[in-house]
Design a binder for this molecule. Structure first.
Ligand code: CA
Length: 219
C-alpha cells in the first residue's frame, strides 16, 4: 500500500518515511506543497500524510485544492502548532485526522492504519479469503492455521491483492503499491516476488490473467 508524505523538514521527513516503510508501506515523499498537490491529484495513494507548514504552497491550501478536486484521499494532517484555530481549519477543509508534532512514529503508523480501516469500511484491518487471512497490524499471514513467513515485499503484494479478492490487478499497479519514487526496481521484481509468494502459499491462490495482471482467489 502506498502513502504520500508531504514534509519539508529533511530530518522529520526521513524518520517518518523510514517508520512508515518499516511498517510495510511504500512511501513517496514530496518536499513542498506544490509537489504534494501534483502527486496527490495524479497518483494513486491510500493516505496522504500532510504537514501544514510547507514551502511553495501550505498544507491547508493543498488540502483545500484536493477537496475542491473531489479527491476522496484520506488525509492525516500533521502540525507543529496545536491551536484550536488550526485544528478547526483543517477539519473544516476535510482533514480526516490530526497529529501534533512531536509525535511517536508508532502513533503515526497507528493513525494511518486507523484511517485505512475507516476508509475501507472494514471494522478491523484483518483481511480474509477462505482459509487465508492477513493481518496488516501484526504483519501476519495465516493459512489453514499455519503462520506463513513472508518477506516485506511478498506481504505487501498479498495485501494489495487481498484488498480486492477476485479482482485482477495489473503488474504496473502492483509495482506502484510496492515501491516509492526513490527506489530502484528491476524489471522482473514483481514476478520474482509473486513466484516466491505462490511457492510459500502453495495451492493455486494467485492466478495470472495473461496480459492483464494477477488476482487472488480461494482455490
Ligand atoms: Ca514543515
Amino acid at each position: 500500500m502506498k502513502l504520500l508524505l508531504a514534509e519539508d523538514d529533511p530530518m522529520i521527513g526521513e524518520s517518518m518515511q523510514q517508520g512508515l516503510r518499516q511498517a510495510g508501506f511504500a512511501v513517496d515523499w514530496a518536499r513542498d506543497g506544490a509537489a504534494a498537490e501534483l502527486a496527490a491529484t495524479t497518483g494513486d495513494y491510500a493516505v496522504l500524510v500532510l504537514d501544514i507548514g510547507l514551502p511553495r504552497k501550505d498544507g491547508l491550501t493543498v488540502l483545500k485544492r484536493l477537496r475542491q478536486a473531489e479527491r476522496a484521499l484520506p488525509v492525516l494532517v500533521v502540525t507543529a502548532r496545536d491551536t484550536v484555530a488550526d485544528r478547526v481549519a483543517g477539519l473544516n477543509l476535510g482533514a480526516d485526522d490530526y497529529l501534533v508534532k512531536p509525535f511517536d512514529l508508532d502513533e503515526l503508523v497507528a493513525r494511518v492504519r486507523a484511517l485505512l480501516r475507516r476508509h475501507s469500511g472494514r471494522g478491523q484491518n484483518e483481511m480474509r479469503l477462505g482459509a487465508l487471512s492477513l493481518d496488516p497490524d501484526r504483519r501476519e499471514v495465516i493459512l489453514a492455521d499455519q503462520v506463513i513467513a513472508l518477506s516485506q515485499r511478498e506481504f505487501s503484494l498479498l495485501e494489495a491483492l487481498m484488498a480486492r479478492p477476485g479482482t485482477v490487478v495489473s503488474r504496473e499497479s502492483l509495482e506502484e503499491c510496492l515501491y516509492g519514487w526513490e527506489e530502484e526496481v528491476s524489471s522482473n521484481a514483481i514476478e520474482v516476488h509473486l513466484h516466491n509468494l505462490r511457492r510459500k502459499l502453495g495451492g493455486n491462490w494467485i492466478r495470472n490473467v495473461r496480459g492483464v495482471g494477477y488476482k487472488v482467489v480461494a482455490p
